[in-house]
Design a protein around this ligand. Structure first.
Ligand code: IPE
Ligand code: IPE
Ligand code: MG
Length: 251
């Protein structure tokens, strides 16, 4: 185990969040589901501000899964409209704050208007050096592994590498977000305790934090609570607790 792997007394570098519970939150108030999605944007803003203050390097937010296309057409349409309008209003602010925005997922299924908005936002913020915000949209963990596998298979067919040369590192390099560290802390709101096809490879050693709070009510304090919980975890990466303590004492 490398010293760099021990972070039980340090902050997470990469936090991933499954922002769940918008619909139930709205329903509890007798409002349509889209009211929950709109209020979810406020929670995103609060979370980003809090993460910047905590000096987190990267935040990945699950906004729309590859399975979410199965929802009623009206809800999907409204979510796409919301995505476009949020990109229009927020990107300049993010850029001013030196934040980098990226959208991960299969973007080809989006309208050309949305694809253009995404491209513009990514280009505008590409050279910013502050926190990276990854929005996972039309993203699926299985899709990510599949697209990496196809790239590697193509390289093998083209004679650029042999099958034996394919390694975990190479696989990692071909996944989306290959340039940022794997997830340290996964947060899922709304009381559900599942991954729902979010990042599968990159969550291999993530600490998992499940909170009953519905996403629209998640705020700066909620993020701080999750990070405080994380800081007190002992991450062992397959070693024993004694080995971890010995390494910590030698640091
Ligand atoms: C998460 O909230 C947002 C998206 C998946 C787009 P939900 O819409 O899943 O809310 P619930 O789970 O139905 O309450
Ligand atoms: C996961 O939430 C996807 C997002 C938060 C974008 P879902 O609400 O779609 O997950 P399931 O279907 O309940 O597992
Ligand atoms: Mg849900």
């Amino acid at each position: 185990m490398q010293n760099s792997q021990i972070s039980s007394d340090s902050l997470p570098q990469h936090i991933a969040i499954i922002m769940d519970g918008n619909g139930r939150w709205a329903k509890e108030q007798g409002k349509p589901r889209v009211f929950g999605h709109k209020n979810g944007v406020t929670a995103v803003r609060k979370t980003i501000n809090a993460a910047v203050r905590l000096n987190i390097k990267a935040v990945t937010l699950f906004a729309f899964s590859s399975e979410n296309w199965q929802r009623p057409e009206e809800e999907v349409g409204l979510l796409m409209e919301l995505f476009i309008s949020v990109l229009s209003t927020e990107v300049k602010k993010l850029h001013k704050n030196n934040l980098r925005l990226r959208v991960i997922g299969d973007k080809t299924r989006f309208s050309s208007r949305l694809q253009k908005k995404i491209q513009d936002a990514e280009q505008l913020t590409a050279n910013n050096t502050g926190m990276v915000i990854n929005i996972a949209a039309n993203y699926g963990g299985k899709w990510d592994i599949l697209q990496a596998t196809k790239q590697l298979a193509q390289k093998a067919v083209d004679g650029e590498l042999t099958v034996d040369e394919i390694s975990e590192e190479m696989m990692t390099q071909h996944l989306t977000m290959s340039d940022i560290p794997e997830v340290d802390l996964l947060i899922r709101t709304s009381g559900e305790c599942r991954i729902s096809n979010f990042m599968l490879w990159q969550l291999a050693y993530a600490e998992m934090y499940f909170t009953p709070i519905y996403w629209p009510e998640f705020n700066e304090d909620s993020l701080a609570d999750a990070v405080s919980w994380f800081v007190n975890r002992e991450r062992r990466f397959g070693c024993t607790g004694e080995q971890v303590k010995a390494l910590m004492n030698n640091q």
